[in-house]
Ligand binder design. Sequence first.
Ligand SMILES: [Zn+2]
Length: 84
Amino acid sequence: MQATCNKCTKIFKIHLKEKDHPRGIKEHYFLCKYCKKRYTSFITDKKVRSLQKEMKRTTDVEKRTEIQKEVSSRMEVLKSEVVS
Ligand SMILES: [Zn+2]
């Protein structure tokens, strides 16, 4: 998997890393290997992980869409809290 860096415009290969934050928050991110710009791929906490479990169990498509929306908005909040 490759990405183009927004900052230095170079193409680099993605190596996902994981970082633990307080309150059970786990961040998955990668760095541009040229300029070290950091990109958060996704971020989870207990609530997000339990929602994701619930989503796997649910066979109802509408319900899954609902949960997916909740997960996305929760991740946005976590990103803004953790990534500075
Ligand atoms: Zn870069």
